[in-house]
Write a protein that binds this ligand. Structure first.
Ligand code: DGL
Length: 273
């Protein structure tokens, strides 16, 4: 039986996917969320496709024990490597963050030059280019891995000269190529959006896949008649957080970006799934 009051499962390699959870909370506040952050095995961005797929499959199994009605792969690397394979194995809808961002970028560009920044895994997979070219075959998609952005964000250096300097080094080649659209293709990058925007300048439109994914989730749940209409019954249990390690660190990062206090984050042994 369809249970619209069931939560949406959201997962990521760690804390970064909270930028996606935050957008879901903003755009569809009636939805319950069960979030899993794989804090024991982060980062995914430098791991192989096989490993990321195995990890993602375990997380999907865990989320299914929580009786989620849909799953959002909030991690760009897991969306790039694992989503297509795993979504054929489950009987609930599953979406990732890559396609929604790619679609909007393809529609946004005027000169057909689109930049994508992300982890080594996401950029190496050329997945954004794949989805963009489905819509705009003429588009030129230029990927740039920016591995230092994740630790800078996790260190809290969102507005810092060090981050400015690294951003300039990474982004200069995209400026020189003349891109007019840039996809923030990693969970952490929306948190340094203003730095990236400043370096790229006013003529470049930034696309935030976290925002576009929440929009796509809302649309998808609506089309399938799966939106939760029972807001009054949400209660305290509305958002539940699970991690594979370091719950306190997760909680303090989460509380710095999400305004609905994170009451607790529970550690589970993900290898059991
Ligand atoms: N969540 C990852 C992503 O969006 C970034 C962090 C990691 O490498 O695990 O690709």
């Amino acid at each position: 039986m369809k249970n619209n009051n069931a939560p949406v499962g959201v997962f990521d390699s760690g804390v970064g996917g909270l930028t996606v959870a935050r957008e879901i909370m903003r755009q569809i506040p009636n939805e319950r969320i069960v979030y899993f952050g794989d804090t024991a095995r982060v980062p995914y961005g430098s791991k192989s496709k096989e490993t990321v797929t195995r990890y993602s499959r375990q997380i999907v199994r865990f989320l299914q024990t929580q009786e989620v009605k849909a799953i959002v792969v909030a991690c760009n690397t897991a969306s790039a490597y694992a989503l297509e394979e795993i979504k054929t194995e489950v009987d609930i809808p599953m979406i990732g963050v890559v396609r929604p961002g790619a679609v909007v970028a393809a529609q946004t560009t005027s000169n057909g030059k689109i930049g994508v920044i992300g982890t080594e895994g996401t950029i190496g997979s050329r997945i954004y280019s794949h989805y963009i070219k489905e819509i705009n075959p003429e588009a030129e998609v230029i990927g740039k891995a920016c591995p230092l952005f994740v630790p800078l964000v996790e260190e809290g250096l969102w507005q810092d000269p060090v981050t400015d300097e690294i951003a300039k080094r990474y982004l200069t080649e995209l400026i020189d190529i003349g891109i007019d659209t840039l996809i923030l293709g990693c969970t952490h990058y929306p948190l340094i959006r203003s730095t990236v925007g400043r370096v790229m300048g006013d003529r470049v439109t930034l696309v935030n896949p976290a925002y576009e994914t929440a929009r796509e989730l809302k649309e998808m749940l609506g089309q399938r008649g799966m939106l939760n209409e029972e807001a009054a019954q949400l209660g305290d249990n509305r958002y539940r957080f699970y991690v594979s390690d370091a719950a306190e660190k997760f909680k303090s990062f989460a509380n710095s970006i999400i305004k609905y206090g994170i009451l607790s984050a529970k550690i589970i042994n993900i290898e059991e799934y």
